[in-house]
Design a binder for this molecule. Structure first.
Ligand SMILES: Nc1nc2c(ncn2[C@@H]2O[C@H](COP(=O)(O)O[C@H]3[C@@H](O)[C@H](n4cnc5c(=O)[nH]c(N)nc54)O[C@@H]3COP(=O)(O)O)[C@@H](O)[C@H]2O)c(=O)[nH]1
Length: 833
């Protein structure tokens, strides 16, 4: 049995040894003074990296605990017993730094007043059991030496026996002077068989040589050295990793007097090391980018994949916030939700668009986890992300395949149907019409058969482009299959607008299709139109009916179109003919003006003429302005026609003036669309200048509906016209947008009672009432009142009797060519006379 009193220097040496042993656990275990008198014992366990004030805390808490325990044992224990106690060591912030377990063994309870031995302290850190350090305090030694306060007898044999590690001591000659129980078990020899022997007595020569070599190493180094590390099988045939460390023992003068050695199983440590290496390998070689930040979000580590994906090196991002990758594509609320989830659930998974170092934005699938300590305080955030650019592109491609025609890139049937369905619900709510046009190329099979599918595809691609250009941004063009295309026209105002679209679609076939080989091909198409809600109220029936209409167009000789309802088809055909003719009319000089005299009711003298347009088409014959003016407004021809009318009427006025004819004013009708043009006033001014008609001989008739668009601008323009000397009258008063509010603001001179109110007076009580009211209202506003459509003397009498100022109508004259109006145009000299 190795039993010796330990001096302060030995205690220090011993301390050094223990420090070395426990170094890998990052602990310092300090044995200080032992004083039984006041029951103080300081066995201090502190983390090496812990600041001093924290060490102090450990000391206090540990001592308090131990002292309390000692008191308990001296007071009431009667039988030997072992109590295991545990103590958590916390830092000032409350984090657990270490866990101490120690047992107080009550041996000699009959010897009253003796200090009960404290047997062992086991130190744990983060679940790793460190070496058991057994301090067996010999109570009698303590008691005897307590007076001097220097000597502490410690049973070193018991101390080293408490270790599972093999511990042995050799003198400078290599003779064993002590060992522990573990050595006995491992070497299958008793201490007696070991002590006094050399390695050459105990082992084969090769082994002995290596052991002696290790001793020399330690002595020469003057400090602890690891002399071997090897994998072996223990007594129970378990695989163990053995590490042997040796340290020189010095006397008080610092001279080496022997070697202390220890072999221990470092399997767990090795395992942990391997795990660490493995984890480090996984971390570094992962395909996913990994970024670790501290609790403040500053980057503390990244892996290679992070650099590969983002382009940022480790040095560039260490200590920075991951927001350096921000793409700016997500709103603030996105990150607020992310952080909420992360803090509440400890994890967030989703997709983020980030920016690479060189600027490119890329999508990543990312999982961010918070790493908590035992106090549930966040220590780190770990984000693992994958670049999903390629995945996104593939998804996009798949989506494209699902919803778009790969040849023309137009929506396919599925996408078209879904868009129609959406638009139908909107049309239903807004009470609007919607048209579906089914378009099929005539004889396209012949193209494929004769020129091949590649050329056929080329034509389809070109056709898709042309059709797209022919439509507005709101219309939807799709390719259903082969040579079948379909168009949705949302919010149509009637068949006219459909006809216009059909016409534009047909026009794309007017140009030949020039192929790669410079060959040109001419095509035609047949179209069918179905209109919601009259021809179907869901996408299926509308498409079916448009298809049926298209087939009828084919039967009618192809290069044609048909509405699902026959009457609509006729109407549309007529409309298209008219439209085409109207485009030609201006160039062909097919328009002319007629003039209808306006008379003063009081004395039946002529006060002016209304210019009214007429159109004679060589094929279609005479077409009423009531029919073509609204069409000209729809297809945008009214501006040109309007200016022509104004100029022609002014020239006529100048001609009459030149001939010495007397008239007050020539009035010209102005459509709302004309008045809504910002350059209308300038154009009128220009025409007056060009023609030379004095403004005082011109009157413009505008309708109430002109006020619907931008009343302030219209009022401003009318004032400008009035200021030029042009008279202004409101045509068709009472039939439309009769806002008295605007009426009083308008710089007008006359109100024209619409002929629908003149008809049937004086018999129709309603019309007579309206006519009287308009006269009264106009006079209240200081306006002259003119009645149109006066056909009978009774109407004229009624109007005169009720204060109407002027009249025009068949009673006096139909609108006529100037040559027929001589009777209404007295010479100035006659007029004066
Ligand atoms: N923007 C322009 N609009 C024009 C122009 N010329 C005509 N119009 C508008 O077209 C609508 C139809 O006009 P029209 O067929 O010429 O009919 C006018 C007269 O001919 C007709 N009228 C006149 N007297 C009688 C009558 O006693 N009985 C009867 N049944 N019809 C009669 O009324 C029309 C008068 O039109 P208005 O005074 O403008 O209301 C019509 O809306 C014209 O305005 C043009 O150059 N530009």
């Amino acid at each position: 049995m190795l039993k010796t009193a330990i001096s302060q220097s030995q205690l220090r040496e011993w301390q050094q040894e223990i420090n070395d042993i426990s170094a890998e656990f990052r602990l310092t275990i300090t044995f200080n003074q032992l004083n039984t008198r006041d029951h103080r014992f300081e066995a201090l366990c502190i983390s090496q990296s812990t600041p001093e004030r924290v060490c102090q805390q450990h000391k206090i808490s540990l001592l308090q605990y131990i002292n309390a325990d000692l008191e308990k044992h001296t007071q009431d224990s009667t039988t030997p017993e072992v109590d295991i106690h545990h103590q958590l060591i916390r830092s000032k912030e409350g984090h657990i730094i270490a866990a101490l377990s120690f047992s107080a063994v009550n041996h000699d309870l009959d010897k009253l007043g003796l200090f009960q031995p404290l047997s062992a302290i086991q130190v744990r850190i983060a679940d790793m059991l460190s070496n058991a350090i057994c301090v067996y305090v010999n109570s009698s030694d303590l008691d005897i030496k307590s007076d001097t306060g220097i000597s502490h007898a410690v049973d070193v044999q018991a101390f080293i026996n408490a270790f599972d590690e093999h511990i042995w001591i050799k003198d400078l000659h290599g003779i064993y002077i002590g060992c522990n129980k573990s050595v006995e078990r491992a070497w299958r020899k008793t201490t007696e068989q070991i002590v006094g022997k050399s390695d050459f007595d105990l082992f084969d020569k090769r082994t002995a040589d290596s052991f002696v070599e290790g001793d020399k190493l330690a002595i020469e180094a003057g400090t602890t050295v690891v002399v071997s590390e090897c994998e072996e099988v223990d007594l129970h045939f378990n695989k163990v990793w053995l590490e042997t460390i040796k340290a020189p023992i010095h006397d008080d003068q610092g001279q080496p007097i022997g070697v202390i050695g220890m072999t221990r199983n470092i399997a767990k440590h090795k395992e942990a090391q391997e795990q660490l290496v493995l984890a480090a390998n996984v971390f570094q070689n992962a395909v996913e980018g990994v970024v670790i930040t501290d609790s403040d979000g500053n980057i503390t580590e990244i892996n290679q994949a992070f650099t590969d994906i983002t382009g940022y090196s480790r040095e560039e991002v260490m200590g920075k916030n991951p927001s350096i990758l921000s793409s700016g594509r997500h709103p603030k609320s996105f990150f607020e939700r992310l952080w909420n989830t992360l803090l509440v659930q400890g994890k967030w998974h989703g997709e983020i668009w980030n920016r690479r170092k060189h600027g490119a934005i890329f999508p990543q699938a990312i999982t961010i986890s918070a790493v908590f300590d035992k106090q549930n305080i966040i220590q780190y955030y770990v984000a693992v992300f994958a670049d999903i650019s390629v995945q996104k592109q593939n998804e996009e491609k798949l989506k494209n395949l699902a919803y778009f025609d790969p040849l023309t890139q137009l929506p396919n049937r599925m996408q078209f149907m879904s868009l129609v369905e959406q638009e139908l619900s909107h049309s239903n709510r807004a009470k609007k019409q919607l048209a579906i046009i089914f378009l099929d190329i005539d004889f396209f099979k012949h193209i494929n058969d004769s020129l091949g599918h590649v050329i056929g595809d080329e034509i389809l691609v070109e056709l898709a482009k042309r059709l797209s250009y022919a439509l507005s941004d709101y219309d939807v063009l799709a390719r259903l299959s082969g040579d079948e295309f379909v168009v949705m026209l949302p919010s149509i105002s009637g068949t006219d607008s459909v006809t216009s679209s059909v016409d534009r679609l047909r026009s794309v076939f007017e140009r030949p299709f020039i192929l790669d080989n410079a060959q040109s091909v001419r095509l035609t198409a047949s179209m069918g139109v179905a209109i919601y809600p009259s021809d179907g109220d869901d996408h299926d029936s509308l498409l079916r009916n448009a298809d049926a209409a298209m087939h009828r167009a084919k039967l009618d000789g192809r290069n044609n179109y048909a509405f699902y309802t026959e009457s609509m088809t006729k109407q549309a055909v007529a409309q298209l003919k008219l439209q085409t003719a109207l485009h030609q009319a201006m160039a062909n000089d097919d328009f002319y003006l007629v003039y209808q005299p306006k008379l003063t009711l009081k004395d039946n003298t002529t006060c002016g003429f209304e210019a009214l347009i007429r159109w004679h088409d060589p094929v279609l014959g005479d077409i009423s302005p009531g029919e073509f003016i609204p069409l000209a407004e729809k297809i945008g021809l009214i501006w040109g026609i309007g200016l022509w009318v104004l100029k022609t009427a002014c020239l006529q006025g100048v001609e009459w003036l030149t001939q010495g004819k007397s008239f007050e004013r020539i009035s010209v009708n102005v459509a709302s669309l004309q008045l809504n043009r910002s350059d209308f006033v300038d154009q009128v001014r220009l025409i007056l200048l060009e023609t030379g008609l004095p403004a005082k001989h011109l009157e413009l008739e505008v309708t109430e509906s002109c006020m619907m668009h931008d009343p302030d601008a219209i009022i401003r323009d009318l004032k400008l016209l009035g200021a030029m000397g042009i008279a202004l009258s409101i045509d068709d008063f009472g039939t439309g947008y009769s806002s008295l509010n605007y009426l009083k603001k308008l710089p007008i001179d006359k109100l024209k009672i619409d002929q629908s109110f003149v008809r049937d007076i004086p018999h129709d009580s309603n019309n007579t009432a309206i006519a009287k009211a308009v006269i009264a209202l106009g006079h209240a506003l200081n306006l002259q009142i003119i009645a149109e459509g006066v056909e009978t003397q009774a109407q004229a009498d009624f109007l005169r009797e009720n204060g109407c100022d002027l009249a025009q109508g068949y009673l006096y004259s139909k609108p006529q060519l100037p040559s027929a109006l001589e009777a209404f145009l007295p010479l100035v000299s006659e007029h004066k006379a």
